[in-house]
Design a protein around this ligand. Structure first.
Ligand code: HDE
Length: 738
């Protein structure tokens, strides 16, 4: 039988799923195609993406991928198949035959599709992008990717720490923020978190803190939560964890979006400039959109309404063209023998350096502009390692960092099934690779030559080692402090409370309220009174007022502090950048709900929809039923809408229930529309209304209340809402309680 001609584009992946309410995406055909027709076009943010080859440069396209070539279904060996729905049987109702190769291959492969999830940071979402250097780092760092105007491809993965791969995005937790820079000098990984300090000072304790935070081993509950006895048992006994814990009891533990988080390298790194001079630095990512958070109630509701909230938010924003960006900055400290700055031990990862003491100096910009095309191949298989460094960037003796340098490869050997995971497309260096690593599970290199050893004469002596002038990584002649071999901790690591106190003092009253609520919730979930009591003691050592407020909520006595309350030498009393409030920020990628009554006059709806999209925000029309209203697609019906998905709400109409349909509220408003307004009001979101929507607004909120915008039409109201959104939330609606 002659083979049919192949269509030009044959991959059927990338079926566009239009974001709610986004008009214009071509729907797939109703019928299953009978002949190859070519796929739906790739999404705009995925255009021109080719899988990277595992080995060698520029192989033929046929060798570049073994996935989805040609129009026809084949076995893994390329033999075309005419049926994949029926196993080969002895008669239509008889037993299945072992000789059915396709059946066995299909089931066997399926049986092995899952790999172990990450032992921590299992739940994540990622995106591709570009980093552009400003050249401002040159006085301290010779890394080529920081040069002015140098553009480097990057891949960034965000994650929660504790939950399993299928857990909710909005759990209260620290977030990972790991970036792979595919630089021309080799790959540099900045494996960061959204909190600048860590739980522990020595990596040997990492299994302890993780075992304490993970679900209880007997019943495996709770999932993705720190609100349980084992976690608070550990951190209340292990007081160096108190500082980090306070940060994630604060609003940073429940970010509004990955796009609105800071990132911190935590450890101190050592940089070298072209003259060989060294400096100590801490890395910071500053988001262009500002640092913003959910409320705790929103986070909890989202856990049910949309467990993928952060993942969806990131990919929707990128797909709609609202590309998130961050500035990379460094705090620079002199590389002295003491490795301290203003009395702060730079090797202690439970301490940060306030920006008032060392400003964050911008050195480049990261922009994420492309979603992965395959979650497993990219986001799941990416392997970061703080030991992936380039010339000009080196580690220090921070005992947490030193252990990390061992752990990442070790865990990846199991997770990614052998030693060749650096050859996976997402992990491949973009710099030429010429190693002498050979064989092993999953080897994809077809290495030439006979002499993968040095010295050799058979392969012409290749590969040659490089000198510093050829861009080689050099080992810095750093002095190692002399001492005896001992399992001990430096006395400079002993202060566990003063920076936690600085953090607490630097919060605004509403942020302090959130912290009190978080401790009250978390400790309220602990069964053991002694654990609550012990943690109250830690809070008393941080701040008496914090302790008293949490103790009151728990109905327990507040203990007295057992530590000195004076600030250590050099510490600032207050650090403004620690608070998230204040300032005005771009509104790109914010979601605006528009509640409509399809029976009313919706003539201005299309213009409003377009105006919101033109301002780089996402409009979502919410109506009693699906379809279109005035030419605009309904993004959410009352069955699928949730207030927690929205940043602001516009009331274009006031859908009502028919009087005899079922019990209604006094204002006659459709109850689910009423709940939407109530929740947006309660969560301090901006709400706008015009026409019949004004009536609903007045009925469900406090007339004249903060953050309410009324006007004659949607466009006028939108201006006021956009202004309010720049501050993220209508903070005046949360009167400070203390
Ligand atoms: Fe990690 N960490 N970590 N960590 N870490 C991992 O590596 C580890 C620490 C961070 O999106 C693991 O491939 C130890 C600090 C991120 O793939 C593992 C210690 C910081 C990610 C590991 C730390 C991080 C990881 C699990 C204490 C912030 C996710 C899977 C010595 C500066 C990366 C993997 C991704 C992942 C070990 C402490 C950040 C087990 C032993 C401090 C963002 O190797």
């Amino acid at each position: 039988m002659p083979l049919e001609e192949e269509p030009v584009m044959t991959s059927a992946k990338n079926t566009p799923t239009p974001a709610p309410g986004r008009p214009g995406s071509a729907p797939p055909s109703l019928e299953e195609p009978a002949r190859p027709t070519g796929p739906l076009p790739p999404k705009p943010d995925q255009q021109g993406v080719q899988p990277r080859t595992p080995t060698g440069a520029d192989p033929s396209p046929d060798r570049s991928t073994n996935a989805q070539q040609g129009a026809h279904l084949t076995t893994s060996q390329g033999a075309r198949l005419r049926d994949t729905d029926h196993s080969l049987k002895a008669g239509a109702r008889g037993p299945v035959l072992l000789q059915d190769h396709h059946l066995r291959e299909k089931i066997t492969h399926f049986d092995h599709e899952r790999i172990p999830e990450r032992v921590v940071h299992a739940r994540g979402a990622a995106a591709h992008g570009v980093f552009e250097g400003y050249g401002t780092a040159e006085p301290v760092c010779r890394a080529a990717f920081l040069a002015q105007g140098r553009r480097t491809e990057v891949f960034t993965r965000f994650s929660t720490v504790v939950g399993s791969r299928g857990s909710m995005d909005t759990a209260r937790d620290t977030r990972g923020f790991a970036t792979k820079f595919y630089t021309e000098e080799g790959t540099f990984d900045l494996v960061a978190n959204n909190i600048p300090v860590f739980f522990i000072q020595d990596g040997i304790k990492f299994p302890d803190v993780v075992h304490a935070a993970k679900p209880h081993p007997d019943r495996e509950i709770p999932q993705a939560q720190s609100a349980h006895d084992t976690f608070w048992d550990f951190v209340s006994l292990h007081t160096e964890a108190q500082h980090h814990t306070l940060w994630f009891m604060g609003d940073r533990g429940i970010p509004r979006s990955y796009r609105m988080m800071e990132g911190f390298g935590i450890h101190t790194f050592r940089l070298t400039n072209a003259a060989g001079e060294t400096s100590l630095v801490k890395f910071h990512w500053k988001p262009a959109l500002g640092v913003h958070s959910l409320t705790w109630e929103e986070a909890q509701l989202l856990g049910g309404a949309d467990p993928d909230f952060h993942r969806r938010d990131l990919s929707d924003a990128i797909e709609s063209g609202a590309h998130p960006s961050w500035e990379l900055g460094i705090q620079v400290f002199p590389d002295t023998e003491a490795q301290t700055f203003e009395g702060i031990d730079l090797l202690d990862p439970t301490k940060f350096v306030p920006e008032e003491l060392a400003p964050v100096q911008p050195v480049g910009r990261l922009t994420l502009d492309r979603n992965p095309s395959n979650y497993f191949a990219e986001t799941e298989q990416v392997a970061f390692n703080p030991g992936h460094l380039v010339p000009g960037i080196d580690v220090t003796d921070d005992p947490l960092l030193q252990v990390r340098l061992f752990s990442y490869v070790d865990t990846q050997l199991t997770r990614l099934g052998g030693p060749n995971f650096a050859q996976l497309p997402i992990n491949r260096a973009h710099a030429p690779v010429n190693d002498m690593l050979r064989d092993g599970y999953g080897q994809q290199g077809d290495h030439a030559g006979v002499a993968p050893y040095r010295p050799n004469s058979l392969d012409g002596g290749c590969p040659f080692t490089a000198g510093e002038q050829d861009g080689a990584v050099t080992d810095l002649p750093v002095r190692v402090p002399e001492g005896i071999k001992e399992r001990a901790l430096s006395a400079t690591f002993e202060d566990h409370y003063s920076q936690a106190r600085l953090f607490w003092r630097s919060m605004t009253p509403v942020e302090q309220d959130h912290i009190v609520d978080a401790y009250s919730f978390e400790l309220g979930k602990c069964y053991e009174a002694t654990i609550r009591q012990r943690q109250l003691q830690c809070l008393a050592n941080i701040d008496g007022r914090l302790c008293a407020r949490v103790a009151e909520a728990l109905g327990m006595p507040a203990p007295e502090s057992t530590v000195a309350a004076e600030d250590p030498a050099g510490q600032v009393p207050f650090s403004a950048p620690l608070s998230q409030l204040g300032g005005a920020w771009p509104v790109d990628g914010r979601t605006i709900g528009i509640l409509v009554d399809p029976e009313a006059d919706n003539s201005g709806l299309l213009d409003l929809h377009e105006a919101i999209a033109a301002a780089s925000m996402t409009p979502v029309v919410i109506a009693p039923r699906g379809g279109e209203v005035a030419g605009v697609p309904v993004g959410r019906t009352f069955a699928t809408a949730a207030s927690v998905e929205l940043d602001a709400l516009l009331l274009a109409g006031a859908p009502r229930l028919a009087p005899d349909s079922r019990p209604s509220s006094a204002d006659g408003l459709e109850p689910r529309a009423g709940t939407l307004i109530d929740e947006c009001w309660h969560h301090a979101k901006a709400i706008g209304a015009w026409g019949p929507g004004r009536e609903a607004l007045e009925a469900r909120t406090v007339p004249g209340g903060a953050g309410l915008v009324v006007g004659d039409d949607g466009l006028e109201v939108l201006d006021g809402i956009t202004e309010l959104l720049a501050a993220h939330r209508v903070w005046e609606r949360f009167p400070a309680r203390a």
